[in-house]
Write a protein that binds this ligand. Sequence first.
Ligand SMILES: NC(=O)C1=CN([C@@H]2O[C@H](COP(=O)(O)OP(=O)(O)OC[C@H]3O[C@@H](n4cnc5c(N)ncnc54)[C@H](OP(=O)(O)O)[C@@H]3O)[C@@H](O)[C@H]2O)C=CC1
Ligand SMILES: CC(=O)N[C@@H](CCC(=O)OP(=O)(O)O)C(=O)O
Length: 337
Amino acid sequence: MLKAAIIGASGYTGAELAGLILNHPHLTLAGLYVSNGSQDAHKPFSSLHPRWRGLIELPLLPLDGEAISRIHTEADLVLLATAHEVSHDLAPGFLAKGLPVFDLSGAFRVPGEGFYDQFYGFHHQHGDWLAKAAYGLAEWNQDAIKAAQLIAVPGCYPTASLSALKPLQQAALVAEGSRPIISAVSGVSGAGRKASVANSFCEVSLKPYGVFNHRHQPEISHHLGKQVVFQPHLGNFIRGILATVYVQLKEGVSDEQIAAAYQAAYQGQQIVRLAGQWPQINDVASTPFCDLHWARDGDQLIVVSAIDNLLKGAASQAIQCVNIHQGFSPVAGLIKE
Ligand SMILES: NC(=O)C1=CN([C@@H]2O[C@H](COP(=O)(O)OP(=O)(O)OC[C@H]3O[C@@H](n4cnc5c(N)ncnc54)[C@H](OP(=O)(O)O)[C@@H]3O)[C@@H](O)[C@H]2O)C=CC1
Ligand SMILES: CC(=O)N[C@@H](CCC(=O)OP(=O)(O)O)C(=O)O
């Protein structure tokens, strides 16, 4: 069994990681951590997340110097379920000790001068690790994930969007000069566990945000190799993302070519499912799956992609990455084999 330390374990994605590791055949928990000074330090994990009462009875430990030394000596790998700047600051220390790091934040996803200043509001100090990190889009980047010590697990919207678009881009079916348009709705857990008025029960409706300036637009464009238009919306449900993607096809592209592109990408993959009907959030919420379906009218294609933002959009994709990195079955601990 490999021992995994989770940092940010009281948060939504950290808690999902703990639950997945509990049921994983090759992983065990090396410790659950929150910030040094967290108001939740020393509380039992299950008092914050009673879903796991009687199942995960570990305390949330403050990440002080002693805890960091303990992780260095006792853990086999580190999962960072922390905010971007926290991951940016923490990852290099663990990497220097030789530990593999799987970061759920955006801190190491997109190389490029000035990118973090512009889209994340901080200056990136670890360009060497940024350049060496593998982008953890599990179905697409297996060799890099296997080889890298630092895996940057993609954002939730990029996972839904890239899963829909990459087969078309790889098969060169998208019209030159066009920009695919992604209109996506996320549940409120996408914003994390911290309370804010905008995310409170009485305030949440269905509304757009981040118009033309969301950081996932450049993340999607960079990893697709093509510019996209991306528009997120906040919906009044807890978990899940539904992304509707509008694509202008090259002239003369046939239905068979589209079907072949998706088959070539996902045949034999168990997590991304070619659904055969329009996906809905209820079909993927609390599961590791990404469901896809498409239809076309002339040169206009619509693809719909549905995931659970906390799982395929974060924690279960991180476990896919651990599995690939360690040479386990890519779906170990996620799907009964
Ligand atoms: N929610 C989602 O759907 C997705 C989230 N992500 C990314 O995953 C990361 C985690 O997100 P999410 O789980 O939603 O966030 P939450 O806000 O729910 O949880 C953040 C966690 O980090 C802990 N934390 C904060 N500061 C520190 C610190 N300095 N050292 C150690 N732990 C710290 C918090 O505990 P405390 O403050 O008490 O210390 C808490 O446990 C973020 O980078 C997010 O962008 C990615 C994809 C999807
Ligand atoms: C509903 C909501 O607020 N969603 C988050 C996306 C969460 C995510 O994917 O996290 P990363 O920042 O790690 O990419 C947002 O739009 O910022």
